[in-house]
Design a protein around this ligand. Structure first.
Ligand code: TRP
Length: 338
């Protein structure tokens, strides 16, 4: 049986943290064995928000590739590529943009939330919403369909974007004839990872993340500052592990001693400092193989470049095939034999 195509993407705007790892990339590493996997470094999409900071995007493309390779994305199994180097994606975006109303884009819940966040952040100082930003769901539909993506592994916040893509595909097929595949979202089991501060989401802008590339001393400092049960004042007070981030991370990285941690915490037989020290060691151990691989790729930048160039060239071939079909469907395949 032919393998199905999976397409997923990630914006190059910084390094990967544990939220990305447990919420997304760990899952991609498993999926690459079963599916034809395309992983897009979405620099064009990153520029919709960072058009005035191209240096950040440029640097993040390589950093992101290194982090992805370090967690186990295997270039033999997955096609890792750079979005802006596939002009067919931009071409598709133009044709799809006729199939979406502005009102529909403004109603998209993900876009709506992001517009709200921008307003809160910039207020009247903001320049307003750009055409490119409002249209990024259209461009994301192009990302997916260019590679015949049937399954799209994403977090929960991305579901409205997949729905938007499905609508575009249906409309396209209705008008121009059955050409594109309607994708399904593929949700990962850990949808959202909490931050060290107890915030519901680990995020770069929230400053509550452990990065895969953090060195051991940074990991130590961050964990020492993690939020524990605020009602526990003294070392031998009993506490509630369910509100403690240290316990949360013990669980996340599957400390095999987890039951003891829980029991002792509840009884007041375990101080937070001891508990944090244990987590620090386990976390450093957990991240050591990843950081060793990060170092390996950082020391071999020409290897990373080669992987990206080869992946992008493979991806381009697939997108070219799609573009041919699309041109034919829209009847703009001029000078081709009919
Ligand atoms: N919008 C996604 C994010 O912010 C990144 C992305 C770009 C993507 N293109 C994609 C995800 C295609 C899935 C499919 O995380």
């Amino acid at each position: 049986m032919e393998k199905k195509n999976i397409l997923t993407g990630i914006r190059p705007t910084g390094r990967l943290h544990l939220g990305h790892y447990f919420g997304a990339t760990r899952n991609w590493v498993k999926l690459q064995d079963e599916y034809n996997t395309y992983i897009e470094i979405a620099d064009v999409q990153a520029l919709t928000d960072n058009f005035d900071n191209p240096e950040k995007v440029r640097k993040s493309v390589r950093d992101l590739a290194i982090d992805l390779l370090a967690v186990g994305i295997d270039p033999e199994k997955s096609t890792l590529f750079i979005q802006s180097m596939i002009p067919e994606i931009a071409e598709l975006t133009i044709f799809y943009s006729n199939l979406v109303t502005i009102a529909r884009l403004e109603r998209n819940p993900t876009v709506k939330t992001e517009i709200q966040q921008k307003k809160e952040l910039f207020g009247d100082k903001g320049e307003g919403i750009t055409y490119g930003f409002l249209g990024y769901p259209v461009s994301q539909a192009a990302d997916i369909t260019a590679f015949d993506g049937e399954l799209v592994p994403v977090g929960e916040d991305q579901l409205p974007l997949i729905e938007q893509c499905r609508e575009i595909v249906r409309k396209f097929n209705n008008i121009y004839g059955e050409t594109l595949k309607e994708p399904d979202a593929y949700l990962s089991e850990n949808k959202r990872i909490k931050g060290l501060d107890g915030n519901d989401k680990m995020g770069k802008s929230l400053g509550n993340a452990i990065y895969l590339c953090d060195d051991e001393e940074t990991i130590r400092k961050k964990i020492m500052g993690a939020v524990t049960d605020p009602n526990k004042i003294k070392k031998d007070d009993p506490a509630n592990p369910d509100v403690c981030m240290v316990y949360y991370y013990h669980k996340l990285i599957k400390n095999d001693n987890i039951e003891t941690v829980c029991k002792e915490c509840k009884k007041g037989a375990r101080g937070c400092v001891q508990c944090k020290k244990e987590l620090i060691e386990k976390m450093q151990e957990f991240l050591r193989p990843v950081s060793e691989r990060i170092k390996y790729y950082e020391d071999n930048p020409e290897l990373v470049d080669k992987i990206l160039i080869e992946g992008t060239s493979r991806a381009k071939k697939t997108a070219e095939e799609t573009m041919k079909k699309v041109r034919k469907a829209i009847n703009i395949d001029y000078f081709e034999e009919k």
